[in-house]
Write a new protein. Structure first.
Length: 282
């Protein structure tokens, strides 16, 4: 059984700060995240699943380079034949954020369905980019003339107009958010992984499952080790799990990284209290 430390080490190899963003293997990195829940998970069978889906899509494209035909083939294989769909009935099931479960159950949330769609599309030579629209992850494609097409894998890969995007925002935010051009800007592969981790962390914390949330934060810090807020959050999680010395180390690191933070004095008091408690135990 792989330890969380081993999972984090592999994740750093795939997506750490030294890896150029365009060289990040999104599917492998997403499967590495899934190993937090499934330590014995083997990656190759899932790579094979995606390769097989792509082969079926490729067989349906009579003329390579035909963008409309490629989108039609992708949607036919993924949503009609395979039945991938958004899990609107149980949106916050953590399995929707674990890519092996998404591939097995054919259920996901916008970002994980987008990842499957993007990876299959890449294998048939159809480049797509993630779009981090608030509350609803999308994909976009640029044609040779530079025009963009926005797709929604959560809703069977439909093409999205700006009006469709606004309606989606209205549904999520009750009409309180206006679509702005920056909301449809492409995100990096690293940002996409961060959003997946943030979703998973939020789900675990909403269930007060600190033990599962902690290794997720470890992976966040594997990508962005200089994120002071995540160092602080890990310190709090470690403290709540009784990992006092590790929590103290993280609190100290946070204060070095953000000595002028608004909560710095409060954290310093917490550090002193922890040190007194450790001294008493000795």
């Amino acid at each position: 059984m792989r330890s969380h430390a081993a999972v984090a080490e592999y994740f750093v190899f795939l997506a750490g700060p030294e890896v150029e963003d365009e060289k990040i293997d999104l599917l492998c990195a997403a499967l590495a995240i899934a190993r937090l829940e499934y330590p014995n998970l083997e990656i190759k069978p899932y790579l094979g699943k995606v390769d097989a889906l792509a082969a079926r899509v490729q067989a349906k494209i009579a003329h390579p380079g035909d963008e409309a035909a490629t989108i039609t083939a992708l949607n036919q294989v993924l949503f009609v034949e395979e039945g991938f769909r958004g899990n609107a009935a149980d949106y916050y099931d953590p399995r929707n954020s674990l890519i092996n479960d998404v591939l097995d159950r054919k259920l996901g949330i916008p970002i994980t369905l987008a990842l499957v769609y993007l990876e299959v599309a890449a294998r048939v030579g159809f480049p797509l980019f993630g779009v981090g629209m608030p509350g609803h992850f999308l994909l976009k494609h640029y044609d040779p003339e530079g025009r963009q097409f926005v797709l929604d894998p959560f809703h069977q890969g439909r093409l999205m107009t700006p009006e469709d995007c606004q309606r989606q925002l209205d549904q999520i935010y009750g009409g309180q958010m206006q679509l702005a051009p920056e909301m449809l800007v492409s995100v990096t592969r690293r940002q996409m992984l961060m959003r997946m981790l943030a979703n998973l962390k939020t789900i675990y914390l909403s269930h007060r499952d600190i033990r599962r949330a902690l290794p997720v934060v470890d992976l966040v810090l594997a990508i962005y080790p200089r994120s002071a807020e995540d160092v602080k959050q890990r310190a709090v999680l470690r403290y709540n799990l009784g990992q006092t010395r590790d929590a103290l180390a993280d609190f100290d690191t946070y204060l070095k990284m953000a000595p002028e933070a608004s909560d710095a004095d409060e954290i310093r008091q917490t550090v002193l209290a922890i040190k007194r408690r450790i001294a008493l135990l000795n």
